[in-house]
Design a protein around this ligand. Structure first.
Ligand code: NDP
Ligand code: AKG
Length: 433
């Protein structure tokens, strides 16, 4: 692996870019425009792919525990379904809005195509801080949201799943609310459910597992040795915790992890199994008794080999990219690197393994779950892990071939793989022009 040379704060083409896009939609559109210069996909198809097929916006009234009524706004963005039903998570977060859901749904379209899954892209959520809701309020909000969007979802049309702020229990309530109106149990309407009601073993840890698999492959690609590699992981939730623990298990040294309140740091390596994730015990990451504590901003600038931003979007920006000292970035979160920051990292030859490949294990095991629900037959955890490993290696190889053959960045290469599959599906179906 390269020596950690001091990071030079030299001007770059990206620096001074006043209109750095901050929304997921703006970033997704710029990434698409850039990647299409490397493909021969029809211009009209590209234009179409800049827009969602449909955006559903609903009001979600909630009776609070104290008897008051509050109305939240919920969304479901459906981007493209040429390859199969819309697929993607539901997010509960105060910053959820239409643009964010559309941008995230675009990334789902590419992610499913990179993985060669028979799905298109969707994403939705409710603009709410889930930490302010009691368990009963979460259940009532979820059931009402499911009813409000039931006309646009279904096992053959659009299949939601967990994302930030939602979990397997949320999916269980969602599935139950949908099934009650359908008059039959419909497990395939969502994925990421608890295994006892048709969920797949291994779905919860799957996005983190794929981050770890892809990190391992990237480390190998650059002829580094995983046992010499230091890693910092921002976010210790559904994606960050399993990624950190697997990399730790496979020999890497995980020196820092964080939650919303801050990071813990041990240059000798943390025992990641001893640190409890949010769903295990909230507050136990930043509250852990570690040699040093850092802010989340300081974690992003640590002199490590691999930085895994696995919390929220837009954390590596033109404001801090020059201080990012990692030799590689593996995107656990969706959209953690802004378009302009990406350009700076490219100029510095810091490989960025993109979200649409790295965290795709979640939707891949969601696909396994959807198959299990259709067949009413559950797979063992070993089978899920084996099949995920094989799907991730297949996608990694497809992207790597584009990197090797054409000298593209990992993100452009992943987009080229996705766009060529989507373009071919559109021309074969004859939907376009
Ligand atoms: N869940 C899934 O299946 C998938 C999720 N993703 C993406 O991964 C990312 C994380 O999602 P997920 O792991 O599900 O989310 P979770 O809610 O499970 O965990 C998020 C983690 O990030 C921390 N966090 C929240 N806000 C901030 C912040 N502003 N700065 C630093 N840390 C923060 C949380 O801290 P605290 O515990 O204190 O709240 C928590 O540790 C999102 O971008 C999501 O879209 C991608 C693929 C699949
Ligand atoms: O499992 C899924 O269907 C989608 C997960 C998701 O939202 C994501 O990969 O960003």
């Amino acid at each position: 692996m390269p020596d950690h040379a001091p990071v030079e704060h030299s001007p770059t083409t990206a620096e001074g870019n006043d209109d750095e896009p901050s929304s997921a939609l703006a970033t997704a559109r710029r990434q698409l425009e850039r990647a299409t210069t490397h493909t021969d996909v029809d211009e009209g198809v590209v234009e179409r792919l800049k827009h969602p097929t449909k955006l559903t916006r609903v009001s979600v009234p909630l009776r609070r525990d104290d008897g008051s009524l509050e109305v939240f706004t919920g969304y479901r963005a459906q981007h493209d379904d040429v390859r199969g039903p819309y697929k993607g998570g539901l997010r509960y977060h105060p910053e959820v809005d239409a643009e964010e859901c559309i941008g995230l749904s675009m990334w789902m379209t590419w992610k499913c195509a990179v993985m060669d899954l028979p799905f298109g892209g969707g994403k939705g959520g409710v603009a709410v801080d889930p930490r302010t809701l009691s368990s009963g309020e979460r259940e009532r909000l979820t059931r009402r949201f499911a009813e409000e969007i039931r006309d646009v979802i279904g096992p053959k049309t659009d299949v939601p799943a967990p994302d930030m702020g939602t979990d397997a229990q949320t999916m269980a309530w969602f599935m139950d609310a949908y099934s009650m109106q359908s008059g039959e149990t419909t497990p395939g309407v969502v994925t990421g459910k608890p295994p006892v009601i048709g969920g797949s073993h291994g779905r919860e840890g799957a996005p983190g597992r794929s981050v770890a698999i892809v990190t391992r492959e990237a480390v190998d690609y650059y002829d580094w040795d995983l046992s010499d590699v230091t890693v910092a992981v921002q976010g210790f939730g559904s994606v960050g915790a399993p990624a950190a623990r697997l990399l730790d298990e496979w020999g890497a040294t995980v020196v820092a992890v964080s939650d919303v309140d801050g990071a813990i740091y041990d240059p000798a390596g943390l025992d990641t199994n001893d640190v409890e994730a949010h769903d295990e015990r909230p507050g136990m990451v930043s509250g852990y008794d570690a040699p040093e504590t850092l802010t989340n901003a300081e974690l992003l600038e640590l002199d490590v080999d691999v930085l895994v931003p696995a919390a929220v979007g837009n954390v590596v920006t033109t404001e801090n990219v020059h201080d990012v000292s990692a030799d590689m970035v593996v995107e656990g979160a969706n959209g953690p690197t802004t378009f302009a920051a990406d350009a700076v990292l490219e100029e510095r030859d810091v490989p960025v393994i993109p979200d649409i490949l790295a965290n795709a294990g979640g939707v891949t095991v969601s696909y396994f779950e959807w198959l299990q629900d259709i067949n009413r037959r559950q797979w063992s955890l070993d089978r899920v892990h084996e099949e995920l490993e094989s799907e991730m290696l297949g996608a990694w190889d497809a992207v790597r071939r584009e990197v090797d053959a054409r000298g593209l960045t990992w993100r452009d290469a992943a987009y080229v793989v996705a766009l060529s599959r989507i373009g071919e599906a559109k021309s074969t179906r004859g939907l376009w022009p």
